[in-house]
Design a protein around this ligand. Structure first.
Ligand code: ADP
Length: 742
C-alpha cells in the first residue's frame, strides 16, 4: 500500500518533455546513428532516462537458451560502478520484475520499491530507489530484454499515457538493438567465414591428405554454424569409394540411428542441387517424407559441394534445437562449401600424387634391389666365366664368337680381343678329316634350337700347332630382348686323361709282354731240361739253368719295380737311413753288374777315401742299378758307361750360384754317363713320369716298363735330392743324382 502522503498525485510534473512522436524520433535518431550494439544500448539508456526524467535507466538482454538476464547498459550511476554492474548476470527467476514483464509482455509498475514484495531489497537499499517501471523490450511480439526506469529522489506515478510512450520507446529501442545484434552477428559470421577460409587456405597450402582435409572442413563448418553435429559425404569418384566424415568424432556413437538418415538428406541435397534446409526434422517426418525421425537432432542444413560444375559431395550440419539456422548462416555454409570443395579436390590430388610417389619410390626401390641382385649375379657369373678352368665360349647365330674366357685363350692360343667376331672354326680348328668338329657342333645346336645331351669329344689344333683332345658340352641360349640366339660351349682339355689312358693300355700290354717273355724263356728251358728223351750234356744244362736264372731275375726285377711303385703311391714307402759309404756301395754295384753288361764297358770312379752319407743303401743301389741298366739298354754294343761319384760344392749345381744359401755346403753327386742314343729335349719333362717310354724305334725295340726313372726320382726325392739329365740326341746322355750332405 502507498502512504497517504505519497507524492504520487497526478499533479506531479510529467517529465516527458515532448510529445510521443518527437520522443520516438529522438530515440530512433539516437539508436539509429550507429550499428555498434554497445553504443546503441548506451544511447537508448541515456536518452530514455533523459526524456522520461528518470534518475536511472538500465537495459537487460535476455539469453533465452540459458534463461539469463545479461546487464547491457545503464545510465544514471557512477561510470566506475557501471562496469561492476555489467558483470552482474542474473537468472530470470531471480529477477522477478523482469520475469513478470517478460512473461506478461506488459509493463510492471512499482510505486513503492521499499515495500513491494517483487523488488530486490538489497538493490533498493543500495540505490535508494523509490519507484520503478519495467517495460519489456519487444519487437513484433518477441521479447529480447527489459528496460528499467528508476526514480530515487521521490516516488513517481506514471500516467498510462507516459507508460504507453515508454513502451513505444522500448519497442523502438528493441528494433535498434536487434538491428545492431543482427549487424554484429553478420559481422561475426563474416569474420568467421574469413577465418575459416583462411584455415582452409592454410590446409591447401599445407598439403593435408584427404581424410585430414575432410575432418577440417566438417570441423570448421560445425564451428561456424555452432552446430551439434557435422557430416561430409563424398560421392564415389575415380574408382574411390564414397566416404562420410563426422564431427565430433563420436557422432555416430551418440546419434548413430539418427545419422543413418544423413545419406537420405544428402541425396535430397544432391537432387535439389542447392542448399536444403529442414527447420524441424520432426515435422519433416510428420509430413510423410522419410527422414531421420530424429529425437535429438532437430534442424538440418546441407549444401552441395560443387567442383567445376559437378557435385562431388554434400556438407551438412545438424542442431539439437529446431529452426536454428538463419538464411545468412545457410548462405555462409554454401560459400564455405565452395571453398571446401577446392580444398578437397586439392587434397585428393595431393593424396593421389602421394600414392603415386610412394608407388614410384617403391618401384624404384624394387628396381634398385633387382639391379643389385643382377649385378651380384653378373659378378658371380663373371667370376665363374673368368676363372673357370674349362674353356667357355659363345657364338651367335652366324657362328661368330661373342664371348671367350681366359681358359679358352689358354687352350687355343688366341686372345679374346683377336678372336671376338671371328668364326668358331678359327679358334678351334679340327684336324682334317677328323670328326666331330666343335664348329659343326655349335652350328648344329643353333640350327636345332636345342643342345644335344651328349658330350662331344674332338681333337683340335691350337695356334702353336699342338693337338689337344677336348670334351665339349653345349647349351642353347634362346633369343630374348632382341638378342640371340646363341650357342654356349664349355670345353675341357682332356689331353692329359687321354695320355693317361694311352699309358695305361700301353702299360698293360707292356707288362703282359714283360711277364710273358721271361716266363716263355723259363718254360722253354725247363721243358727241355725235363724232357727224358733229350740227353743234354752238363755244359748245356748249366747254360739252360743260367737262362732260367736270368729270366727269373728279370721277372723279380719287374715285380720289385711294380711293388716299389705301389709303395710310393700308397705312401707306404719308408727309408731305412744309415750312415753308408756310398763309394763302397757304388763300387760293389758296378762290380756286380759288370758280369751282365755283355760287350759294354763299365767304368767306375769314386773317391778313394770314401763318401759317407746317411741314406737307405738298398734304395740308392736301386737308383744306380736302374740308371746303369738304362745306359746299357739305350747305348750300342761296345759303348762305354762311366759311373762317377764326387763331392761338390752345392753352389756348383745351381744354374745361378748366387742362389746358394751357404758357401760351405756340399752335395754328393752321382752321375751315369753313356754314349748312346740320347734323348730329345722335349722329352726331358716326361721321362721321369710313371710308365713313360720314349717313342723312338730304338727305345721301342728294347723291353721296358717306363718305371725305372720314375722309381729313381721317387727314391732321390725321398732323400731330399734331385735327379736330372743332360743329353744330346745321338751322342749320349748323363744322368745326375745330387744328394745333400747334412
Ligand atoms: P724304360 O727304360 O723301361 O722305358 P725308364 O723310366 O727307365 O723306362 O726310362 C724312360 C724313358 O727314358 C725310356 O723309355 C727312354 O726313352 C728314356 N731313357 C732312359 N734312359 C735313357 C738313356 N740312358 N739314354 C736314352 N734314353 C733313355
Amino acid at each position: 500500500m502507498l502512504p497517504a502522503n505519497a507524492e504520487l498525485s497526478p499533479a506531479s510534473p510529467v517529465r516527458l518533455r515532448a510529445d510521443e512522436s518527437a520522443v520516438l524520433l529522438e530515440i530512433a535518431q539516437a539508436a539509429g546513428s550507429t550499428l555498434d550494439l554497445h553504443e546503441v544500448l548506451e544511447r537508448v539508456a541515456e536518452k530514455t532516462a533523459r526524456l522520461t526524467g528518470a534518475d536511472r535507466c538500465s537495459l537487460w538482454l535476455l539469453d533465452s537458451t540459458r534463461d539469463l538476464l545479461l546487464p547491457a547498459a545503464i545510465y544514471g550511476i557512477d561510470p566506475s560502478f557501471a562496469a561492476r554492474w555489467k558483470r552482474k548476470i542474473l537468472a530470470i527467476k531471480d529477477e522477478r520484475l523482469s520475469q513478470e514483464a517478460i512473461t506478461t509482455g506488459q509493463p510492471v509498475v512499482v510505486l513503492d520499491a521499499a515495500t513491494d514484495p517483487r523488488t530486490d531489497k538489497k538493490a533498493v537499499d543500495f540505490f535508494g530507489d523509490k519507484s520503478i517501471l519495467v517495460v519489456p523490450l519487444a519487437n513484433k511480439g518477441r521479447v529480447i530484454g527489459t528496460l528499467f526506469l528508476n526514480h530515487i529522489s521521490h516516488p513517481y506515478w506514471y500516467s498510462s499515457q507516459e507508460i504507453a510512450i515508454i513502451q513505444a520507446i522500448a519497442s523502438q529501442a528493441a528494433v535498434a538493438i536487434e538491428n545492431a545484434q543482427l549487424y554484429e552477428e553478420s559481422r561475426r559470421q563474416r569474420h568467421e567465414l574469413l577465418a575459416s577460409f583462411r584455415r582452409i587456405g592454410d590446409a591447401l597450402a599445407a598439403g593435408l591428405d584427404l581424410s585430414d582435409t575432410l575432418r577440417l572442413v566438417v570441423e570448421l563448418a560445425t564451428e561456424m554454424l555452432r552446430a551439434t553435429v557435422g557430416g561430409l559425404t563424398l560421392l564415389p569418384s575415380d574408382g574411390a569409394l564414397g566416404t562420410t566424415q563426422w564431427v565430433p568424432i563420436d557422432a555416430l556413437d551418440r546419434y548413430g540411428p539418427e545419422l543413418q538418415a544423413m545419406s537420405d538428406l544428402a541425396r535430397e541435397v544432391e537432387h535439389r542441387r542447392e542448399p536444403y534446409y529442414v527447420a524441424d526434422l520432426h515435422e519433416r517426418r510428420r509430413d510423410g517424407v522419410s527422414g531421420s525421425g530424429s529425437e535429438s537432432l532437430r534442424t538440418y542444413v546441407g549444401v552441395p559441394l560443387y567442383l567445376r560444375g559437378e557435385i562431388i559431395g554434400t556438407l551438412g550440419v545438424f542442431h539439437a534445437l529446431p529452426k536454428r539456422f538463419s538464411p545468412a548462416e545457410i548462405d555462409l555454409l554454401a560459400s564455405f562449401g565452395a571453398q571446401a570443395a577446392i580444398a578437397i579436390d586439392n587434397a585428393r590430388l595431393f593424396t593421389r600424387l602421394q600414392r603415386q610417389v610412394e608407388e614410384l619410390s617403391a618401384a624404384a626401390q624394387r628396381n634398385a634391389e633387382l639391379y643389385t641382385r643382377l649385378q651380384l649375379e653378373k659378378k658371380r657369373l663373371d667370376v665363374i666365366f673368368q676363372n673357370s678352368t674349362d674353356a667357355i665360349f659363345m657364338v651367335d647365330r652366324d657362328g661368330h664368337i661373342v664371348a671367350f674366357n681366359p681358359a679358352a685363350e689358354l687352350l687355343t692360343g688366341w686372345s679374346t680381343e683377336e678372336i671376338l667376331g671371328r668364326y668358331c672354326s678359327d679358334a678351334f680348328p679340327g684336324e682334317p678329316d677328323n670328326t666331330p668338329d666343335l664348329s659343326d657342333a655349335t652350328l648344329q645346336v643353333l640350327a636345332e634350337g636345342a643342345a644335344q645331351d651328349t658330350v662331344v669329344e674332338a681333337t683340335i689344333v691350337n695356334r702353336s700347332g699342338h693337338r689337344r683332345h677336348v670334351a665339349a658340352s653345349f647349351a642353347y641360349v634362346a633369343a630374348s630382348n632382341g638378342e640371340g640366339p646363341y650357342a654356349l660351349a664349355v670345353v675341357r682339355d682332356i689331353s692329359r686323361q687321354k695320355e693317361v689312358e694311352r699309358l695305361k693300355s700301353d702299360f698293360i700290354s707292356m707288362v703282359s709282354h714283360e711277364l710273358r717273355t721271361p716266363l716263355a724263356v723259363i718254360k722253354g728251358y725247363a721243358a727241355t731240361l725235363l724232357n727224358p728223351s733229350l740227353h743234354l750234356d752238363p755244359e748245356r744244362q748249366i747254360r739252360f739253368l743260367r737262362g732260367i736264372n736270368d729270366a727269373s731275375d728279370r721277372l723279380t726285377r719287374l715285380i720289385d719295380n711294380l711293388l716299389s711303385v705301389s709303395r710310393f703311391e700308397s705312401g707306404r714307402f719308408k727309408l731305412n737311413l744309415q750312415m753308408v759309404d756310398l763309394a763302397d756301395a757304388v763300387r760293389k754295384v758296378v762290380g756286380g753288374m759288370r758280369s751282365s753288361v755283355g760287350s759294354h764297358t763299365l767304368r767306375c770312379s769314386v773317391p778313394p777315401e770314401g763318401v759317407f752319407l746317411r741314406v737307405d743303401r738298398d734304395q740308392i743301389e736301386q737308383v744306380l742299378i736302374n740308371l746303369v741298366t738304362n745306359a746299357i739298354k739305350y747305348s750300342p754294343e761296345g759303348g762305354e758307361i762311366v759311373v762317377e761319384l764326387r763331392v761338390v760344392p752345392e753352389s756348383s749345381l745351381l744354374a745361378d750360384p748366387a742362389e746358394s744359401d751357404g758357401p760351405n755346403r756340399c752335395a754328393v753327386l752321382l752321375s751315369v754317363k753313356d754314349d748312346g742314343i740320347g734323348i730329345p729335349p722335349n722329352q726331358f719333362r716326361f721321362i721321369f713320369d710313371k710308365f713313360y717310354r720314349g717313342d723312338a724305334p730304338a727305345v721301342k725295340r728294347v723291353p721296358g716298363t717306363g718305371l725305372g726313372l720314375f722309381i729313381c726320382k721317387s727314391i732321390v726325392e725321398a732323400h731330399r735330392g734331385r735327379i736330372w739329365v743332360e743329353s744330346q740326341l745321338g751322342r749320349g746322355s748323363t744322368f745326375y743324382v745330387a744328394l745333400p750332405q747334412e
